[in-house]
Ligand binder design. Structure first.
Ligand SMILES: C[C@](O)(CO)[C@H](O)COP(=O)(O)OP(=O)(O)OC[C@H]1O[C@@H](n2ccc(N)nc2=O)[C@H](O)[C@@H]1O
Ligand SMILES: Nc1ncnc2c1ncn2[C@@H]1O[C@H](COP(=O)(O)OP(=O)(O)OP(=O)(O)O)[C@@H](O)[C@H]1O
Length: 289
């Protein structure tokens, strides 16, 4: 028996940090949404009681460092499962990019094993388990569009934003999320208008969504990696409606409403950057079928 799951990437439309917590994490207030750029996860029952990761991407670990492995191990431990699984990850989301690729693989593994091992857990149960793996995993369990608080694991699902295109450009560097949070100066933060973003989405007001894009980690990553600022400038110059770095970076995305302009932005960026994608905003939550 086998189960296939799609693992979509996320972008942060708004990312604010409120304070540093005593457990070392940062209290965040963010709006996230899934986009139509996804890894594919295939889960197959194994005869032996083992977790095997198969991936042909050299940046993706094939052992217990893999977040999909950790998701399977967590379910095995928590529910005393004596079965094995082969997890094949077909990677399309760039690695260490600020797009939650590993987190989404873990979330898809939780959803898929729930079916393969007949666990009968709800998305809420899976999201709670996901938080034990990483801060972005809970959101990725639901997908769609959400306000995330706490360290990112408290999820309030909201309506999707209006349809538009998202052009993504990833400079040829990987960024450590922990390092970016470490360099954030809490007292120097210019807070984005997160509730304004939520209202703009509720009103389906595309112009206002563009106006409210903001990410407090952007200036931190840009200072360390000037190529991020360069790509942002180029994306604006080629005509994206609004441009922001996602998560801790280094991927920069631009929102584009009209398809006629999409090609100019996409082709323009291709001259600067190897990894450029043009996808649709997804925004709708994932169903447990
Ligand atoms: C930047 C974002 O991607 C925005 O969506 C997330 O905040 C990061 O989510 P993530 O990659 O799933 O993060 P985790 O794997 O939980 O944590 C990685 C490291 O980032 C830092 N971290 C993460 C989340 C958070 N709210 N505060 C933090 O300070 C911690 O040093 C942590 O050790
Ligand atoms: N399934 C996976 N896919 C990709 N990377 C993984 C996976 N599992 C573990 N990793 C490790 O996690 C690191 C971060 O990769 P990932 O692509 O998840 O980062 P990210 O997109 O910046 O995440 P986030 O936006 O949640 O901070 C990689 O360098 C890799 O070693």
């Amino acid at each position: 028996m086998r189960v296939l799951e799609k693992a979509p990437a996320k972008i942060n439309l708004s990312l604010d940090v409120l304070h540093k917590r005593s457990d070392g994490y940062h209290e965040v207030n963010m709006v996230m949404t899934t986009i139509d750029l996804a890894d594919r996860i295939e889960l197959k029952l194994l005869d032996e009681n083992k977790i095997r990761i198969i991936s042909h991407n050299r940046f993706v670990p094939d052992d217990d460092r893999n977040l999909a492995y950790q998701a399977a191990q967590l379910l095995k431990d928590r529910f005393g499962i004596q079965k094995g699984v082969a997890i094949t990850i077909s990677k399309c989301i760039p690695v260490a990019a600020g797009l939650a690729g590993g987190s989404s693989d873990a979330a898809a593994t939780l959803r898929g094993l729930n079916k393969l091992w007949n666990l009968d857990l709800s998305l809420d149960d899976l999201a709670k388990l996901g938080a034990e793996i990483g801060s972005d995993v809970s959101f990725c369990v639901y997908g769609g569009t959400a306000v995330a608080t706490g360290r990112g694991e408290k999820i309030e699902l909201i309506d999707p934003p209006p349809h538009c295109w998202v052009v993504l450009a990833k400079p040829d560097i990987g960024v450590s999320t922990a390092e970016i949070y470490r360099h954030l100066k809490i007292n120097d933060i210019e807070h984005p208008d997160v509730s304004g973003m939520v209202k703009a989405i509720k009103d389906q007001n595309y112009q206002e969504i563009c106006a409210k894009l903001g990410n407090v980690l952007e200036s931190v990553t840009m200072k360390m990696y000037p190529e991020v600022a360069l790509i942002k400038e180029q994306m604006k110059r080629f005509g994206a409606d609004a441009v922001l770095m996602s998560g801790s970076g280094p991927t920069v995305y631009g929102l584009v409403q009209h398809e006629s302009r999409l090609h100019r932005v996409y082709n323009g960026l291709r001259g600067f950057c190897d990894q450029v994608y043009a996808v649709r905003m997804l925004g709708d939550r994932i169903a447990l079928d």
